[in-house]
Design a protein around this ligand. Structure first.
Ligand code: SF4
Ligand code: SF4
Length: 80
């Protein structure tokens, strides 16, 4: 099973209690593995989602668990 399919299936599970931080709108998780057609950028370079209010669960919860965390170098979240 690829990572995106796995994240979609596990998105019904709770977010890890070990997660800290917040989204800094780097947009990296919207390119896993391909650039999402709903990804846009603000004039300041931060990312935004064209369908933010109805975005899928796997987007809402990313990074849900450390085992599914693929963007640690730019993401504002971390796991302790
Ligand atoms: S990788 Fe992290 S900081 Fe970047 S957009 Fe996704 S959740 Fe936000
Ligand atoms: S739907 Fe929105 S939050 Fe989800 S990957 Fe696409 S741009 Fe990112």
């Amino acid at each position: 099973m690829n990572a995106k399919a796995k994240r979609t299936i596990t998105s019904v599970l709770p977010v890890s209690e070990r997660r800290r931080g917040e989204c800094v709108n780097c947009g990296r998780c919207c390119k896993l593995p391909n650039v999402c057609p709903f990804l846009e950028y603000n004039p300041d370079g931060s990312s935004c989602c064209m369908i933010y209010s109805i975005r899928p669960l796997n987007c809402r919860k990313y990074p849900r668990a450390e085992s599914e965390f693929l963007t640690a170098d730019t993401c504002g979240f971390r796991f302790e």
